[in-house]
Design a protein around this ligand. Structure first.
Ligand SMILES: C[S@@+](CC[C@H](N)C(=O)[O-])C[C@H]1O[C@@H](n2cnc3c(N)ncnc32)[C@H](O)[C@@H]1O
Length: 239
């Protein structure tokens, strides 16, 4: 299935938590300042903008599966193009790849990691963070409790992997020096309704009849307005 489009302007307003989570991931790339870096799954480019400040003598390229997200990123003056990361090919390999809050939206991590490996120069580094095993467990429990008929029998949109699965998949794709670990991160959004609608439940809502969408979000929020994120951090290097 191709990646879905997003409500980019709402995501831009709601994504303070994602920007906060991304800062440590950027730090882990330990950039000199002259590298070519890919932001894989750039969203509206808020994280990409911070990344670009770290490579004043280098270059940032941004990729996202959603045209609306790419349009927002370009408004920030960043070179961006639309592609499914699981099918990614770059004209020129990069020295490093950053990816935040994206891999768990992609069903086939084996294929994804193979494409990212091919996009890196030998010795190139990957620093990523996405939802990992147990991510937003309280929200999933609320979704299950609400039990909307249109969602029954569906596995859901997320691929929350464990560190062990991820380490094995990265090594099989040809990466070395692999580190993968989980990190709990509580998010209490200022505007829970808009945040859940845009950032967490977008794929669920697409499966519901229009008139059920707002009541569904309200019903999920009745179980709690916070989200217990569990982030999967990833560091790896192309041999
Ligand atoms: C939650 S946003 C994260 C954006 C940004 N990295 C951040 O941290 O704010 C997830 C992004 O992944 C993108 N995405 C999901 N599946 C994708 C795929 N298969 N290929 C490319 N981008 C994808 C979405 O379009 C969306 O912009």
């Amino acid at each position: 299935m191709p990646p879905r489009d997003w409500d980019a302007s709402s995501y831009d307003r709601m994504s303070d938590p994602q920007l906060a989570m991304a800062r440590d991931v950027i730090d882990r790339l330990d950039l000199r300042g002259d590298e070519r870096v890919l932001d894989a799954g750039c969203g509206t480019g808020r994280v990409t903008e911070v990344l670009a400040q770290r490579v004043p003598d280098g270059k940032v390229i941004a990729v996202d599966g959603s045209q609306k997200m790419v349009d927002e990123t370009r408004k920030r003056g960043i070179t961006a193009f639309t592609a499914d990361l699981a099918e990614l090919t770059l004209d020129e390999p990069v020295d490093a790849i950053l990816s935040t809050a994206t891999f768990h939206w992609i069903p086939y991590h084996e294929r994804l990691f193979a494409r990212l490996h091919a996009a890196l120069e030998p010795g190139g580094r990957l620093a990523a963070q996405c939802g990992g095993a147990g991510n937003v467990g309280n929200v999933q429990a609320a979704i299950d409790a609400v039990d909307h008929p249109a969602l029954r029998g569906w596995d859901g949109p997320w691929n929350f992997a464990t560190p062990a699965q991820t380490t094995e998949r990265l090594q099989r794709a040809g990466f070395s020096d692999v580190w993968a670990w989980l990190q709990p991160w509580l998010v209490e959004p200022e505007d829970p309704k808009q945040y859940f609608t845009t950032v967490i439940l977008g794929s669920h809502l697409e499966r519901l009849p229009e008139e059920d969408r707002e009541p569904f979000v309200d019903a999920v929020l009745a179980h709690g307005t916070h989200a217990n994120y569990v982030r999967l951090n990833i560091l790896a290097r192309r041999r």
